[in-house]
Design a protein around this ligand. Structure first.
Ligand code: GLA
Length: 347
């Protein structure tokens, strides 16, 4: 640890392989951590305020519990500090430094990495009794209550608990989880569409409300509890029917993928997930559709789909490990245009 700081901690971003928009419906997700991480360092500053410096953004934001930050990025950190205090932690004034390798705004959970790294750093500094699940739960609350994004718990659970070499199957209702190895002979490739995505301003919260409305109409606590697809097909409202159908079929795909050790079969489930996100859930964009189609056309690609919330951002593909570089180069060369510049994010 650097002598300059009293505590330093890091947390990774994540890429979700399958199970999109299922977490806030109490469903199943299958994310894997990425190697890019966010590091947070803290030093007691002897005041009752916070000075937050984001190295990559070249920005410093000052705030206190009495005067919360207006800045969106600082609100994640503020939320974590405030929630730790609410849990009984004696949070002192701090100089906080953030360095992040996790690409922002593309669907790789840079905000969850920041929240989890902040809570880990605070846990280390103050010797807090938070386990990794509690860290994920507080991180999710920071995002909902302080950054005003009504997210599920996938990103924070993945950042807090997933490894980079195997996926983590999470039941987002019970938070039960288990490791799922990637199918033999496959590796993960993530390409950014080069089209930015804004989560809070997008249809994310709207989708969530539509799912709640569908669940109410079906008379269940959440869409996780629907037992038969026929009940969904009988919904009169076309939008609610399609939203619910996506969640139902996506949960089934996650559970199937977790049991299947064959890369080709896993890839088919990813392709089906993309079609469902595009047609039923309507969170894809023309650029994501094009990038996914180009990936799916490659012989060395088992399957591809948009990843994260959608509305822009990145795609994930399951690919033959020896072909990753070629696939990435060929696809990006076909995709890139004066209007948008895609790029490889993982590996
Ligand atoms: C964002 C949210 C997650 C999840 C995904 C969609 O990443 O933060 O909770 O809902 O979108 O699967």
């Amino acid at each position: 640890m650097s002598a300059e700081f009293d505590a330093i901690a890091a947390a990774p971003g994540r890429v979700n392989l399958l199970g999109e928009h299922t977490d806030y419906n109490d469903g199943f997700v299958l994310p894997v951590a990425i190697t890019q991480r966010t590091r947070v360092a803290m030093r007691r500053n002897g005041t009752d305020g916070f000075s937050l410096h984001a190295v990559e953004l070249g920005e410093t934001v000052r705030f206190s519990f009495a005067e919360p930050p207006a800045d969106h990025f600082a609100s994640y950190v503020h939320g974590c500090l405030a929630l730790a205090r609410e849990q009984g932690a004696q949070v002192p004034g701090l100089d906080i430094e953030v360095r992040s390798e996790v690409p922002m705004g593309v669907g790789l959970s840079s905000s969850a990495a920041l929240e989890v790294a902040t809570l880990r750093c605070l846990r280390q500094l103050l010797d807090l009794p938070f386990d990794d699940v509690v860290v994920a739960q507080l991180a999710q609350r920071a995002e909902i209550e302080y950054a005003q994004v009504r997210c599920g718990i996938m990103d924070q659970m993945a950042s807090s608990l997933a490894g980079t070499d195997r996926a983590l199957l999470i039941d987002t209702r019970s938070l039960a989880r288990r490791d799922v190895p990637l199918p033999a002979g496959s590796a993960v490739l993530v390409l950014d569409s080069g089209v930015a995505r804004t989560l809070a301003g997008s249809g994310y919260n709207q989708r969530r409300s539509e799912c709640e409305a569908a669940a109410r109409t079906l008379g269940v606590a959440s869409l996780r509890d629907v037992q038969r697809l026929e009940d969904i097909e009988a919904l009169a409202d076309d939008v609610l029917r399609r939203r619910a159908r996506h969640v139902f079929t996506e949960n089934a795909r996650v559970l199937q993928a977790a049991e299947c050790h064959d890369a080709a079969a896993f890839g088919e489930l990813m392709n089906a997930s993309h079609a469902s996100l595009r047609d039923d859930y309507e969170v894809s964009t023309p650029e994501l559709d094009r990038l996914v189609a180009l990936l799916q056309q490659q012989d060395a690609v088992f399957g591809a789909r948009l990843t994260g919330a959608g509305f822009g951002g990145a795609c994930v593909a399951l690919c033959r490990p020896d072909a990753i570089d070629d696939v990435s180069a060929v696809v990006l060369q076909k995709y890139n245009s004066p209007k948008h510049a895609g790029r490889q994010l993982v590996p």
